[in-house]
Design a protein around this ligand. Structure first.
Ligand code: GN1
Ligand code: MG
Length: 377
């Protein structure tokens, strides 16, 4: 049975490949189980290496989740514009390259989904890592990404998910979920609900400042898990920032905060034991060094002052999203078991609580790094 399913997937992937003009003998595929939203496959073809010997050439095929991304064509247009801009402005920087169909589209829409195909960059990624050199490099890579796009006209970008990091609206969506309570789950998660609402105003500080015009909008990545940086297999130098689905106007704190809540947690995002979650200050420091070494000279005082707090905001914001999805019956995030979204929620809440305890130290680190790199810049 399993065998048939795999054959079916292989057949589908070859069809997709052909639509993007990838021909030749198909060798194999691997599912890449990294993202929580899209489905990703590495597909391997056999090619002649020029001397009559076979070599493997790989591509990445993704099925975009159109429940999360309701305007995938506009999303692909964003990606086209952003990658084209980076390629033109920084020709030496490796960049993702999406293939086109015979009718010159960088996507394929068919009866069972929305597909895209890109080059595969041989690389390693880190889901978790406490090597300060790697963490610092990830900070530099996201800092660079942000700087590379500082000349990009934000008007050209479609909001692929409106209000993606509007923390107030995320709280409002949680309220709506609790009111609807379609699966009767809300009562069982009262403790989590109560805690999240008790910190709502603190969590929404950045969103409220943005509303009042106290924080500038930039073009940001918005999904800065460190596994969205590809590293060289040998040297562990960062190669390229991937997952450009949510590149949109945003706050610098969205990129910094999301990276911290993911990378600086002692445990993985969905650790079933929340008692083990917490903020690793060494990882925080290493990421702050890398990120600020690039961005500090461009930041306003308000941006620097809210950087540490942004990690708390992003941890709370994601908690509200996981919790709302749990209450609504797990429609948005891919889950591996029925409790997955509530375990994710508890883990983010435990992390957020620890961040509050360490906020003074985080602020001190940001302040010191920012001052040092501002002086250098
Ligand atoms: C989703 O699919 P992935 O792993 O790139 C989500 C992020 C969350 C993350 C939590 C478009 O990212 O916002 O932080 O899961 N992306 C979208 O793991 O919703
Ligand atoms: Mg993503």
């Amino acid at each position: 049975m399993m065998h048939n399913q795999n054959m079916e997937t292989a057949r589908r992937l070859q069809q997709i490949g052909r639509a993007f003009c990838i021909e030749g003998p198909f060798f194999s595929y691997d599912e890449i189980k990294m993202g929580n939203v899209n489905h990703t496959y590495k597909v391997n073809y056999i090619r002649d290496d020029g001397s009559g010997m076979a070599r493997i050439k790989s591509y990445l095929v993704q099925r975009v989740n159109t429940y999360a991304f309701q305007h995938p064509i506009e999303l692909m247009q964003n990606i086209d514009r952003v990658t084209e801009f980076i390629r033109r402005s920084y020709p030496d920087t490796p960049c993702l390259h999406f293939h086109h169909t015979a009718d010159r589209k960088n996507y394929l829409m068919d009866e069972d989904g929305f597909w895209r195909l890109s080059n595969y960059v041989p690389s390693v990624t880190f889901d978790s890592c406490d090597d300060p050199a790697v963490i610092r490099s990830a900070g530099e890579a996201f800092g660079d990404f942000q700087l590379m796009l500082s000349g990009f006209d934000a008007e050209q970008l479609y909001y692929t998910i409106p209000d993606f990091h509007n923390t107030r609206k995320r709280y409002a969506q949680l309220r709506e979920a609790i009111e609807a309570d379609p699966c009767g789950r809300a009562a069982s998660v009262k403790e989590e609900i109560d805690w999240l609402f008790s910190v709502e105003d603190t969590a929404c500080t950045l969103t409220d400042m943005e509303e009042r015009g106290e924080l500038p909008l930039r073009v940001t990545h918005n999904d800065t898990k460190i596994n969205n940086v590809l590293f060289d297999v040998e040297t562990h130098e960062p190669l390229v920032v991937i997952d450009l689905d949510t590149v949109m106007p945003g706050l610098i704190g969205h990129d910094f905060g999301d990276a911290i809540r993911f990378a600086a947690n002692f445990v993985e995002e969905d650790c079933p034991d929340p008692a083990k979650a917490g903020l690793d200050l060494n990882v925080f420091w290493a990421f702050a060094e890398g990120f600020l070494s690039k961005t500090a000279p461009t930041l306003t005082a308000n941006e620097t002052d809210t950087l540490a707090l942004s990690s708390f905001s992003l941890a709370c914001e994601l908690s509200t999203r996981f919790l709302a999805d749990y209450i609504m019956g797990d429609k948005y995030f891919k889950i591996k078991h029925p409790q997955h979204n509530i375990e994710r929620t508890r883990c983010q809440i435990a992390l957020a609580k620890d961040m509050l305890r360490k906020m003074d130290a985080m602020n001190a680190i940001v302040k010191e790094c920012a001052a040092r790199y501002k002086a250098k810049g």
